[in-house]
Design a protein around this ligand. Sequence first.
Ligand code: DC
Length: 216
Amino acid sequence: MFLSIAVDGPAGSGKSTVAKAVAKNLGITYLDTGAMYRMVTLDVLRNKVSIKDMEAIKTLLDKIKIEFRTEGLFLNNDDVTTEIRNDVVANHVSDVAAIGIVREKMVAMQREIAKGQSIIMDGRDIGTHVLKDASHKFYLVASVEERAKRRLLEFEAQGIDMTLEELMKDIERRDGIDSNREINPLKQAHDAILVDTTKMTIEEVINFIMSEVNHA
Ligand code: DC
């Protein structure tokens, strides 16, 4: 039996750090679905395509090549591991991720990757849509202030200058788009375990998920 674990939640809830660590502990594949939407966004930006031009978006999607190689994340054979985390991509990704044909293509790719292996995926619609039948589902949340504080620490380490207020506003804006979009919005699956990470350390969240997976 293959394990399939869905980890959803808003930006900054700790999903990717936790999912990566759980994958390592269990020796299973980790898929960062947010990175896939970020790669499509970068492709859209690089080709200066309007997000309203569905024909042009479709053309891009028909030839897009997204690869998770051991050395990094590759978009059309170009290493974009760092670039997909930059501000410009972050500012546009929620809008690109709301486009129906983009989601259809990404979900199909995600399900294809999940076939025939144990996997843990993090995203927004994994438990509600992509892996509806996942053996384990978690929905991570944290207060906006706590999530902004975590981002602030990450940015400080990278030498990026932003205030807590700016980050809180940005998080609220992205939460709004992700939760209110028409297609598969950010939402807790009815059978997902809610984990409020506001007052938890990363280790505590990892341990909690590991014990749930091991004992279920
Ligand atoms: O997890 P992240 O911050 O890298 O996600 C980037 C964007 O992609 C974010 O706006 C939400 C969107 N996303 C999505 O709509 N569905 C997913 N499964 C993963 C991410």
